[in-house]
Design a protein. Structure first.
Length: 277
């Protein structure tokens, strides 16, 4: 039985193409084969077949709009130097292609924070941040659902609330530390999230020497992403002429995962810091 094709976003299609062309065993070498395998990949993901299961090659087809988006994504990868036209001296031109040496390094090393629907996004969050709070998950489900419904402003607001929930949790853990807790009192009492972040940042700077280098080096990532997501939330939540693209919101969702993981690592370190005797 063939897959009932539905329309996908550019991000979904590009990520699926990347997954297909960088696989180690027998990747497609021609455009027509790539399109056929892209349809098969979506059939696996959405048709109930288990991961890695074989599907009837050629029995599935893409939505017509998806075929054109796939063409866009392919040529974007070519312009970025990730794909080279031609396979070898015997097949030197289009429609043959291969992943370039640069592409093999860059695409394989890309962030693993890829997802293609609400379910895979939440699974990704739970994998990267095993102790994610229930409160944050509530808002993240709303954010992912809004993203795939093209309610982009709503998605910005929800991912911003989830980020605030996780950061507030980090502050509360820090404030309970038997030695350093008092340093975080002002951050805990701050009314607005921007002030809370800044006060926490100043407090954490005073105990950097007690933290592992790997955690300290990544603190700037947390503050930067917090600012980006908070700004996106504020812009989306006010009655002004705010425009946001799908690509931007997709990145915000990915950034949240990275930020939440870094906050989890910091939270674990604050919990494990031994009190002085």
């Amino acid at each position: 039985m063939s897959y009932n094709a539905k329309q996908h976003s550019y991000e979904e299609i590009r990520e699926a193409i990347v997954d297909i062309v960088v696989r180690p065993n027998d990747p497609p070498r021609q455009w027509a084969s790539l399109i056929s395998e892209l349809a098969d990949e979506f059939a696996r993901r959405e048709g109930g077949a288990p991961a890695g299961a074989r599907v009837s090659h050629g029995a599935n087809s893409l939505h017509p709009f998806d075929t054109e988006l796939a063409r866009d994504a392919f040529w974007d990868l070519f312009r970025q130097g990730m794909i080279t036209l031609g396979l070898n001296d015997y097949n030197p031109a289009w429609p043959w292609f291969r992943v370039s040496h640069l592409g093999r390094q860059e695409l394989a090393a890309q962030s693993p924070l890829r997802f293609y629907d609400s379910g895979t996004f939440i699974a990704l969050v739970k994998k990267q941040v095993p102790d994610i709070s229930d409160e944050a998950l509530i808002y993240l489900r709303e954010a992912a659902g809004a993203f795939y419904a093209s309610l982009l402003l709503s998605a910005c607001v929800m991912v911003g609330v989830a980020a605030e929930a996780e950061f507030t949790r980090l502050v509360e853990v820090a404030a309970t530390h038997p030695d350093h807790g008092s340093r975080f009192n002002s951050a805990q009492k701050a009314e607005f999230i921007g002030s809370k972040v800044e006060k926490f940042r100043r407090a954490i700077d005073t105990i950097k020497s007690d933290l592992p280098k790997s955690v300290v080096e990544n603190l700037e990532v947390v503050w930067t992403i917090q600012t980006v997501i908070r700004t996106a939330r504020n812009d989306a939540g006010h009655p002004v002429a705010t425009t946001v693209t799908r690509q931007q919101v997709y990145v915000y969702l990915q950034l949240f995962v990275d930020m939440a993981r870094q906050m989890m690592l910091l939270r674990q370190e604050l919990t494990s810091l031994a009190p002085s005797t």
